[in-house]
Design a binder for this molecule. Structure first.
Ligand code: F6R
Length: 297
């Protein structure tokens, strides 16, 4: 139902993904996958910034809007602006018939059922899945990634429900950890690469649900200022799922441990257990899909 031709996709020189909050964090995963599989530059923007800053858009730009509700005013305004400037617009939403679907050239649906919990894990995970499927679809049309790699990624997507079940088996460990930190005033989240995206979403959720102040940092950026805030007893939660970045992230965690931080690591890698206070393991999957599993704990 998405009539985007090879000719059209080849003519695009930029994709914008525009959204707010959690949906924007899902968009960050979209950037990773689309750039990797399709080799088209992708910029992710916050709708409330995008709409007021005269973005460079023309008919060679594809603008993708992610909105669970399909009713977020800034996202809809950004869509209208993109259309006026000649871009094709594609909405990713959960709500059939929502305002955004009436404005967008094309709409695709997460079909995740009504969103009830603030944690919104279902909205986030289904948005990340759908934007990955979209990237695979574009890559198939473009022939930009070997089909064997795309087939493997599709299999990994089909295996996600079982792996989420597995991730949920850590619920007792997670509860115990929560009991230890629920009175904290500040919590830091660290990650590199795709794990930084998960850190951003995790930090948003901690703030919204627990009213605990938290910050997410790209682990390598910590030393450029925020490390000053890491003092004795502070809780630092790190996410490590990209095997190419394990050592780099561990060395950043060592820096915070040296300053007295208490550390939790959420990972799908085999890490030396004695280095960290708590480790919560999530199942392994393709790195592009890892936020879907890592966000569950
Ligand atoms: C976080 C949350 C918000 C929404 C944001 C966008 O739990 O719910 O950050 O993600 O307000 O909402 P939608 O996706 O409906 O446009």
């Amino acid at each position: 139902e998405l009539p985007l031709t090879k000719e059209y996709l080849k003519s695009i020189n930029k994709i914008y993904i525009i959204a707010c909050g959690t949906a924007m964090h899902a968009g960050l995963s979209g950037k990773n996958t689309i750039e990797k599989l399709c080799r088209i530059p992708v910029e992710v923007d916050i709708a409330s910034e995008f709409r007021y800053r005269d973005p460079i858009i023309d008919e060679k730009t594809l603008c993708i809007f992610i909105s669970q509700s399909g009713e977020t005013a800034d996202t809809i305004a950004a869509l209208k602006l993109s259309k006026e400037k000649g871009a094709k617009t594609l909405a990713i939403t959960n709500v059939i018939g929502s305002s955004i679907t009436r404005e967008a050239d094309y709409s695709i649906y997460t079909h995740a059922g009504p969103e009830i919990a603030v944690a919104s894990t279902k909205a986030y995970t289904s948005q990340v899945v759908l934007i990955n499927i979209l990237a695979i679809y574009f890559a198939e049309i473009l022939g930009s990634t070997p089909s064997s790699e795309l087939t493997k990624l599709k299999k990994d997507i089909f295996n996600l429900p079982d792996k989420i079940e597995e991730a949920l088996k850590s619920s007792e460990e997670i509860k115990n950890y929560a009991k230890n930190i629920y009175q904290e005033k500040d919590v830091f989240f660290l990650g590199r690469g795709i794990d930084y995206n998960t850190a951003l979403e995790a930090s948003l959720k901690l703030k919204e649900i627990s009213y605990i102040h938290s910050e997410a940092y790209a682990a390598g950026e910590l030393k450029h200022g925020p490390i000053a805030l890491i003092e004795n007893g502070i809780s630092v939660i790190s996410i490590i799922t990209d095997k190419n970045l394990v050592e780099k992230t561990i060395s950043n965690i060592q820096e915070v441990i040296t300053r007295g931080a208490k550390t939790l690591v959420v990972t799908n890698q085999n890490l030396p257990a004695n280095n960290f206070e708590t480790i919560i393991t999530v199942p392994d999957t393709d790195t592009l899909l890892s936020p879907i599993l890592a966000i569950v704990p």
